[in-house]
Design a protein around this ligand. Structure first.
Ligand code: ADP
Length: 400
């Protein structure tokens, strides 16, 4: 069975076609700058193999529907074709915010009003994610369209973890609560870690750390999420590339009074001008390391704040879980940055987390253990694979 996985952004479409017989990737690609004067499309058939064929197009791509049609043509026609259109059995879509939806679902017409309601929870992402699903419904008539929500894995959080201590009516009337994000990634690496530990997931307690441009942590108890660092929106929690993570909520009023800024301007600062970028002017960890190498004190501070915040959350989640079997690092920084990993775990030896510096320094695309053999808590680097996770969810739903 062949499954197309789509991640529609505000001006982009990231996609993969997978053959679920062996979970191989038949096609991967990226459409960018949709709606701009000049759009681009890179399509790789049989990526990373000897048969790899790359098509690189530069042309105006007025909207997502046109972009998706171009993708379908490349996948099914001409030199880059890997299958016929009717061989694509289902399409899986990434959706950032699921609101009340606690599991992946097959789209039916009656769901649209409730789905549209979720858009206000992630105004930067959900309209594009759901728009992609609408385009695909039109372009693949009769083919099941599956939505996989980034928040679904976190829906098992107990109410004491997801409630904010604000007047209850804001939960009842406005649905303000903690939803989390990156759930597809947390779920995937949790499953992989349990497999590597040789333990049933239902008996495994983990702390999973997704650290990329966006960053979040999850406490996983007996395979289920019991807490996560992102909240109503993906702004809460860890220090991110340009997002502040936790700040005193009174910052809003303070800035409004002292700087005369309105709420939208403050929100923009916390989302786009804060985090690592706010502290040192750079939001890519590679640039920050290079700057630290040249003695940049602000870059050093940014790294210190980022790793300290993560360590603090690990401590909190140890308290939440009681017993921790494993800690997992994933995503751009988590998979590639041994310095961040080491500094995050620094000082946690008394709590049973002993990093193996040699193993930690190894660069690899494979899952690997980076703790010492006598470390009571094992520490792992497990590359995330959200596309595969979405394809598996999609397969599970269409297979019934
Ligand atoms: P996104 O949240 O956009 O999906 P990614 O998971 O791709 O982010 O992570 C991107 C971030 O990963 C970059 O901003 C950079 O900070 C970090 N990163 C990527 N490669 C490396 C590397 N080799 N060393 C350190 N950091 C890296």
């Amino acid at each position: 069975m062949k499954i197309l996985v789509i991640n529609s952004g505000s001006s982009s479409i990231k996609y993969q076609l997978l053959d679920m017989e062996d979970e191989s990737v038949l096609v991967s690609g990226l459409v960018e700058r949709i709606g701009e004067e000049q759009g681009s499309l890179i399509n790789k058939a049989h990526p990373g193999t000897e048969r790899q064929m790359v098509v690189n197009l530069e042309q105006p791509i007025p909207d997502h529907g046109v972009g998706l049609q171009m993708v379908i043509d490349l996948i099914t026609q001409g030199e880059s074709a890997v299958c016929s259109k009717d061989e694509i059995s289902a399409v899986g879509h990434r959706v950032v915010a699921g609101g009340p939806f606690n599991a992946s679902l097959i789209i039916t017409d009656d769901l649209w009003p409730a789905l549209t309601e979720t858009e206000r929870l992630a105004p930067l992402h959900n309209p594009a994610n759901l728009g992609g699903a609408k385009d695909a419904t039109r372009l693949f008539p009769g083919v099941p369209q599956i939505l996989v929500f980034d928040t679904a894995f976190h829906q098992t959080m107990p109410s004491h973890a997801y409630m904010y201590a604000i007047p209850y009516e804001y939960y009842e009337k406005d649905r303000i609560r903690r939803y989390g994000a990156h759930g597809t990634s947390h779920k995937y690496v949790a499953g992989e870690c349990a497999r590597l530990l040789g333990k049933p997931l239902e008996e495994t307690n983990l702390i999973t750390i997704h650290m990329g441009n966006g960053a979040s942590m999850a406490a996983v108890k007996n395979g289920l999420c019991v807490d996560t660092s992102m909240g109503l929106t993906p702004l809460e929690g860890l220090v991110m590339g340009t997002r502040s993570g936790d700040v005193d909520p009174a910052v809003h009023n303070y800035l409004a009074v002292n700087r005369g800024l309105d709420v939208a301007a403050i929100d923009n600062i916390l989302h786009k001008e804060s985090g690592l970028k706010g502290l040192c002017g750079m939001n890519d960890m590679r640039d920050i390391h290079a700057a630290i190498g040249k003695g940049d004190e602000r870059a050093k501070l940014a790294l210190a704040v980022q790793t300290y915040r993560s360590r603090k959350y690990i401590g909190a989640y140890m308290a939440v879980l009681g017993r921790v079997d494993g800690v997992v690092f994933t995503a751009g920084i988590g998979e590639n940055d041994d310095v961040v990993r080491a500094k995050t775990i620094e000082g946690l030896e008394p709590f049973g987390m002993k990093i193996n510096q040699e193993a930690n320094a190894v660069r690899s695309k494979d899952p690997r253990k980076i703790s010492t053999d006598d470390s009571p808590v094992s520490i792992w680097v497990i590359p995330t694979n959200e596309e595969l996770a979405i394809a598996r969810e999609t397969l599970a739903l269409v297979a019934g």
